[in-house]
Structures are given as C-alpha cells and as structure tokens.
Design a protein around this ligand. Structure first.
Ligand SMILES: O=c1[nH]c(=O)c2[nH]c(=O)[nH]c2[nH]1
Length: 316
C-alpha cells in the first residue's frame, strides 16, 4: 500500500449494520420465527480508492447490502441455521462482485418462545423469554483458484442469565492485608453467560462451500453447548467460577470434533447475605443465610478459552 504524505490506509471493511429482519416459516400451520439482527461488511483492495480518492466506482451501496439480506431471506431454506444463512450471504457477495475479497457476516438471533395457552403450545403466538441471544460471526475470504477460505467461523450464546442457590463454595484463596471477603462453603452463584465456540473449517472450492458447511450440525451444537452450560452450572459442586467454567468448555470440545476452541466470559454476579445481627440478634450469615442483597456492580469477571490439544481427537 503506497503511503501518501506519510500515511496509508491500513484496514477497511464497510457495509450495513443492525439490519432487522423477521422470517416467518409458514410451511405448516405451526409457524416458526427467526428474529435476526444482521451485519454484513465487505472488504478488498478495490475499495481503497473509496477512502483515499473519494471514488465510489466499486462501492456496493450499503443500502443494496441491506436489500440483499431481505432478498436472500425470502429464498433461503437455511435462515434457521445462522451459520448457514451467514454463509449464503457471504457467498452471495463474493460470487456477485468479483472485486470483493472478504465478506464478514454477523447474525444475532433474538428469542421468541412459543406461548402455551390452556396448557397447549400455540401455533402462531410467541413471547420473549429473556434477553439471551444466539449469535454467529463468519469471515470468508476469496482464495486463489476458486477457493473459499473461512478465516473465522464462531458462534455464541450471549446474555444467558443463571442463578443457583447452593452448590457453590469459595475457599482457600489468598488472605492478606487486602482481604475482607470471608471464606464460604455455601453461596449463591449467578452469572450472565457469554460463550463462544470456534469451528475448524478447511478451505473448500466455491461450488462445495455450502454443501461442506451443511455437514456441520450447527443447531445441534448450539443446543448441546447450551445444555452443557446449564447442566454443568446446575450440577457442579463449584469450587469457583474458574473451575466450573473449565468443565463447561472442556466438555463441549470433547463432545464435538468440529470445535477447536470454546471460550466463556462469566461475570460473578454477587449476592451477599445481609448481616441482620443488629435486629434482635437475627442470624442471617453463613449457614443461616436466606436473605441476600444482589450487588449490581462491581462484579467479578472470569474469562478463559479452552482449546483442543494438537493431534487429539473428539469423542463422538
Ligand atoms: O469464583 C470466584 N472466583 C474468584 O476469583 C473470586 N474472587 C472473589 O472475590 N470471589 C470469587 N469467586
């Protein structure tokens, strides 16, 4: 990249963000919905002059990028599998505009759970059962000789708020002049789970791109990571957020050969037992605790990525 007056364009990506889209699947009278927020960003050397020389000759309008999301959602058979719909969008931009070198698609799916009315699942009515979202982030580059290189394919759960009322301790940590926290054998554990799992996808020929990705059971993997997260959270006799996090991540890597790395970011949302001793000697600490004060800020924040050991294989 040539420098002009000592500066050069180092990186660029542009496109449409926050494209809101609701697809209703009406193949039977039991409707299903996918409520999505999409970001599509394009990149490539030929976009350079749009930044450096004010030339729009190669610029696909972000408005057209937005339109493309709706047009593909109309024809697509895979909107309910975020990873495959992201791949369809990315592939579309790479196939349609031969100067596009990279397509970066992020999709967030918002929850709509089916209503139960008079004890029966309703055909076409839904409610928002929490702010948790499912997400995917796909970055595909045009490779040499008609290859599609998946630079990154990651999926995630964000904002899954959980709480358990026992089965969590925190003991034996550093005690020094800075320490006020008492050790506890029994505390409330609550966190808002962000978990990301990264897929290993080899470069494939353009014509095999969609079918290759379609072999990966993305929806089952999402369901499974979510189940492992909840089951481990509920059943682990937690010694710390760190130890419980590691069990969650390791289990999903062992479960799925397509996953190379699983990350968690777990805020430790504190609930402290309220000292009621001042009121007639009321006991509410340690084993007597049942009235707690949720503390919004600050929270702990425990993060880690667990990776598959090189050369090892998944248990299938
Ligand atoms: O699970 C925990 N991990 C910590 O590192 C920590 N630190 C703290 O004050 N409470 C906790 N809890």
């Amino acid at each position: 990249m040539a420098a002009v007056n000592n500066v050069f364009l180092d990186k660029q990506e542009y496109g449409k963000d926050k494209v809101r889209l609701l697809k209703v699947h009406k193949t039977t009278k039991i409707h299903r919905v996918d409520d999505l927020t999409i970001r599509c960003l394009l990149s490539g050397a030929e976009f350079t002059t749009s930044y450096t020389e004010a030339s729009n000759k190669r610029v696909v309008a972000t408005d057209s990028i937005k339109n493309t999301c709706y047009i593909l959602a109309k024809s697509s058979k895979v909107v309910d599998t975020l990873e495959l719909f992201a791949a369809e969008l990315a592939n579309h931009f790479l196939n349609t505009y031969d100067w596009v070198e990279g397509a970066h698609v992020t999709i967030i799916r918002h929850r709509w759970a089916r209503m139960n009315i008079d004890g029966k699942p309703h055909n076409h009515s839904f409610w928002r059962d929490g702010e948790e979202t499912r997400q995917t982030d796909l970055f595909v580059k045009r490779g040499a000789n008609g290859l599609r290189n998946v630079v990154a394919l990651k999926s995630a759960i964000a904002g899954l708020l959980v709480l358990k009322t026992t089965g969590s301790s925190f003991e034996d940590f550093v005690r020094d002049e800075y320490t006020t926290l008492p050790e506890t054998k029994d505390r409330i554990l609550s966190t808002c789970v962000d978990s990301t799992w990264e897929f290993n996808v080899p470069a494939v020929k353009t014509e095999h791109f969609a079918s290759h990705l379609a072999q990966i059971p993305f929806n089952n993997i999402y369901d499974s990571v979510r189940d492992v997260t909840c089951k481990t959270f509920a059943e682990d006799e937690s010694a710390s957020v760190q130890a419980t996090l590691y069990k969650m991540a390791a289990q999903s890597i062992r479960n799925w050969k397509w996953l190379d790395r699983v990350s968690y970011a777990l805020p430790n949302k504190h609930f402290f037992a309220v000292d009621l001793n001042y009121f007639r000697g009321t006991k509410n600490l340690q084993e007597h605790a049942d009235v707690y004060q949720p503390v919004a800020d600050p929270s702990g924040l425990i993060t880690a990525t667990v990776a598959r050991a090189p050369g090892s294989h998944a248990r299938l």
